[in-house]
Design a protein around this ligand. Structure first.
Ligand code: ARG
Ligand code: ZN
Length: 875
């Protein structure tokens, strides 16, 4: 490891209340072409709960300190000290105003944290610790302050100059435009935002449940104004949904969203002024796929919901990040489920947990939902904090039931309004209103790793009893070897070959579905009055983020696939059956029986597709993804996994081409417009098309070519393009389509990204060479995170077959790119590193090559972000 590498660890156990509080924060930004001067006036008071330290220590990084004064007294160098991270002022009074001016260079800020420029406009990203790159401050979420912001620029330089809250005044003086903003709600610095640029604005209004009018504004580049209508509708739906579902009303007179091209994440919930990655706000049927539409709706909901779960009630420290993110993901997930297909949303979420979160949880970066330490907090915006955190809240909501859960969130929002609190405070509210003992449940926050449930059963014909035995264990994770049994809400039903059976436990009738509280290492549940051996439908609705194993017979899986009324379980039964076929292929075992069962059941579904939700069927047709399959092995062979998947796709296509083609043709007339049934029909039709292109026949190439040329929406056009590019036999046609697509869409950055992505995810040929070419394409820009995601992340995390090529060149390529990106944007570099941290999943040969790539990075000068991930994952 390079000797200069920083290794400072922050620990939850070291949490101390702040020594000072900031009652008021007044900021003035003078925007100049080459630099920005920030003057701050902070009204500081000693925190009576602090330890009465004599000195004030503020955070600040990459700042040029111009002036510093306390009240009227200008400070001299003996009054204070600066380090690269801090400003310490000696012997300060109990209460004072600190005046400070710093100079910063937004145009040189390539890390996209703090104040930076994106396509000419100024914007900010302060979460988690970016505000300290703007001015010296107590940059921690438990310091909440009232903010006033003045923005000054040359008159005419920017049409739009925004900050949080309400606009107090907008004047011109001596050739300068001066815009003054005031946010009446106290907030931590991570929710501060500033935007200045030449932007167009779409406006609308929303009347809240108590009758207040709110001005809604979406700011974008002028050329993108026609792509904001869907986001605006989504915002209004989200505002209504939060009133109806959580009783939460919007609080300011104005809610603004700004779209920026260069953004490290999806979006940011700054109070009253959300900043969005263009990819999460712009949408138009001609240029946006259905999946991207749903993502826009989900992210708009997510950021809006943060206004309560995050902003009004915020986190005490960053170890509590899941308090706001887990809760808000759960809220946005329910919002999406209410707006679209609930079953499909649940399947998508479960799929992310199983194929991404379980992998994180089984590897060197595993951490609890409430971590205990970090080097760089940006590395903890993870699928564990977000998605597993959301599953933990979902389990609480299910344990309490809708009425008590709502009472508990009401209590949480009213008790902690305006405060910075902990995950424990949240659980405490759940406990108080329900009088349930959640002490064992709390382990979900502190214990990392995925519980495995081993399930076995037996049937006693004489007693008419069916017994289910569930054993749980959680494998060790770094730093946590001793795992305890968790409280797992386990939803279950029993089927015969017609329908769900009535459940009787201890003489009590439970209806046809029940939730078992699994709390011990081993538990046996006895179902009574069962007249024949039933088929268990397990973990219904994915009721807990756990792995289960139960030895299903083929016939049982077929029955569940056809009969189960829980969408997740139907899909999961299909995944199980597909997995059985695939694992036997991978092991070189005979799998004729499994194959026959699978083909037969898919045939039945396709033949009767009109009888079921087309979107659900489309999900059911996709094979278990490669990362998930890899996670089922002690040491997975990525090449064998990819080959097995392709082989099975070829086979399904070959054996069911009549049904697939028929399905494709029948759905033709149902795919117009943006309605839910039209989107569902498109998803099924395009799933059929993708299979058909596994057959090397000219008529299928023509089908795709025709769909590509005639499509009146991006979903169909892009699906056809993908089908062509992914089919090795369609290379010539695919090249033409790619050229036409670029020609048609080169002016739309987000569509160009899709063009990059389809090429980077092609499963055959020398893709690494293609990827290298794309990096020097005129439309590529290594400073733009969306482009990095479209090429490099697409290749490394969505092209399993190619990234894991046995030469190891994919791994080396990624390491080289990361070393380069880390010089400019450590957060992006660190995120792109994730696939290499999964080396432990793979056969020794692959693992060694992956580790070698990670080790090559240790020879470099690394950011704290990348250093943390590299050092932990090599451990
Ligand atoms: N709080 C944002 C969200 O809604 C994520 C922003 C995090 N940004 C970062 N650079 N770590 O999920
Ligand atoms: Zn969030």
């Amino acid at each position: 490891m390079s000797p200069t590498a920083p290794t400072i660890v922050t620990r939850l156990a070291d949490y101390r209340v702040p020594e000072f509080l900031i009652e008021k924060t007044q900021l003035t930004f003078e925007l100049h072409e080459a630099h920005t001067d920030v003057s701050s006036q902070l009204t500081l008071v000693r925190n009576p709960q602090g330890s009465q330290a004599a000195h004030l220590e503020l955070h600040g990084e990459q700042l040029e300190l111009l002036t510093l004064a306390i009240d009227d007294r200008v400070l001299t160098s003996k009054d204070y000290r600066t380090t690269p991270q801090n400003l310490t002022i000696y012997n300060v009074p109990e209460r004072f105003v600190l005046h400070c001016t710093t100079r910063i260079y937004p145009e040189k800020n390539t890390a996209l944290e703090g104040l930076y420029r994106s396509s000419g406009m100024y914007c900010t990203q302060c979460e988690a610790e970016g505000f300290r790159k703007i001015t010296y401050y107590l940059d921690r979420p438990d310091v909440m302050s009232e903010f006033e912001t003045v923005i000054i620029a040359d008159e005419g330089a920017f049409s739009t100059m925004l900050s949080n809250g309400n606009c107090v005044s907008d004047t011109v003086k001596d050739g300068k435009r001066i815009v003054h903003w005031h946010d009446p709600f106290k907030k931590p610095s991570y929710l501060f935002a500033l935007v200045a640029g030449n932007l167009a604005c779409l406006e609308d209004h929303f009347t809240t449940q108590s009758g207040r009018q709110v001005l809604l504004q979406i700011y974008t580049a002028a050329k993108d104004q026609d792509k904001c209508h869907f986001a605006m509708q989504s915002l209004k739906k989200a505002m209504r949904w939060d009133e109806q579902t959580y009783g939460r009303e919007y609080d300011l007179d104005r809610f603004m969203i700004v779209a920026v091209d260069d953004f490290n994440m999806g979006a940011m919930e700054n109070k009253g002024l959300n900043v969005f990655n263009t990819s999460c706000v712009l949408a138009h049927p001609a240029s946006t796929t259905d999946a991207a539409f749903r993502r826009v709706e989900g992210v708009i909901g997510h950021e809006y919901f943060h206004n309560w779960s995050g902003n009004r009630v915020t986190c005490r420290d960053w170890f509590q990040l899941s308090l706001k993110e887990g809760l808000t993901v759960f809220r946005d997930s329910e919002f999406s489920a209410d707006m679209n297909s609930r079953a499909v949303k649940r399947i998508e979420d479960a799929n992310v947990i199983r194929s991404v979160q379980f992998v994180e949880d089984a590897g060197p970066m595993a951490h609890p939902v409430r971590p205990e330490s970090y080097m760089e907090i940006s590395n903890f915006y993870t699928v564990t904090i977000y998605e597993k955190g959301a599953e933990v809240v979902r389990m609480l909501a299910n344990i309490l039931g809708p009425t008590l859960y709502r009472q508990a969130t009401d209590l949480y929002f009213s008790r902690f309004d305006g405060q910075a609190v902990t995950c424990d405070d949240f659980v405490q509210c759940m406990e108080e209103v329900s009088s349930k003992d959640l002490s064992q449940f709390r382990l979900w926050y502190s214990q990392a790793g995925t519980p495995h449930l081993q399930i076995s059963d037996s049937y006693d014909a004489a007693r008419q009893q069916y017994s289910l035995t569930i054993r749980q264990y959680t494998p060790a994770t770094p730093g946590q070897t001793d795992k305890k049994a968790l409280h797992i809400p386990f939803k279950i039903a029993l089927y015969d070959n017609q329908a769900a059976l009535p459940l009787v436990i201890n003489g009590q009738n439970q209806g046809t579905e029940t939730v078992l509280d699994i709390c011990q290492d081993e538990q046996t549940i006895v179902f009574e009055q069962v007249t024949e051996p039933p088929i268990p439908s397990l973990l219904r609705g994915f009721s807990a983020p756990v792995k289960i194993s139960y030895d299903y017979q083929l016939l049982q899986l077929q029955q569940l696939i056809l009969l189960d009324n829980d969408g997740f379980c139907r899909w999961d039964a299909m995944q199980n059956l597909m997995r059985m076929v695939l694992s036997k292929t991978i092991d070189g075992a005979n799998n004729h029986a499994e194959q026959a069962a699978l083909i037969a059941v898919i045939k039945q579904l396709l033949t009767n597709h009109a009888m079921m939700d087309a979107a659900l069927l489309a999900c059911m047709l996709s094979l278990p993804n490669s990362p998930y399959l890899a996670s089922l092995y002690e040491k997975a062979d990525p090449v064998a996994i990819s080959q097995a998947r392709t082989q099975l796709q070829d086979q399904i296509a070959a054996e069911l081409q009549t049904e697939l083609l028929n399905c494709y043709q029948v759905l033709q007339d149902q795919t117009h417009g943006l309605t839910a049934p039209a989107m569902a029909a498109r998803s099924l039709r395009n799933a059929a098309l993708a299979y058909l292109l596994h057959i090397d026949e000219v008529r299928y190439r023509e089908l795709a070519q025709q769909q590509f040329a005639q499509a009146n929406n991006m979903t169909d056009q892009y699906a056809a393009l993908c089908a062509l590019v992914y089919a090795e036999h369609a290379e010539a046609t695919a090249q033409e389509a790619l050229a036409a697509f670029y020609q048609q869409w080169q002016h739309e950055a987000l569509v160009v990204n899709m063009w990059f992505q389809v090429q980077a995810t092609r499963p055959w040929g020398d893709v690494l060479q293609t990827v290298r070419k794309l990096l020097s394409h005129e439309a590529f820009d290594a400073r733009n995170p969306n482009k990095l995601r479209a090429v490099i992340a697409a290749f490394a995390s969505r092209n399993f077959a190619q990234f894991h090529d046995k030469s190891g060149q994919g791994y080396q390529f990624l390491a080289e790119q990361i070393a380069d990106i880390d010089q400019r944007n450590p957060q992006m570099a660190s995120r792109l590193l994730t696939p290499l941290t999964h080396w432990h999943q793979f056969t020794d040969a692959h693992a060694a090559l992956m580790r070698a790539a990670l080790e090559s990075l240790t020879q470099r000068e690394l950011s704290k972000d990348v250093y943390e991930v590299v050092s932990k994952s090599l451990h």
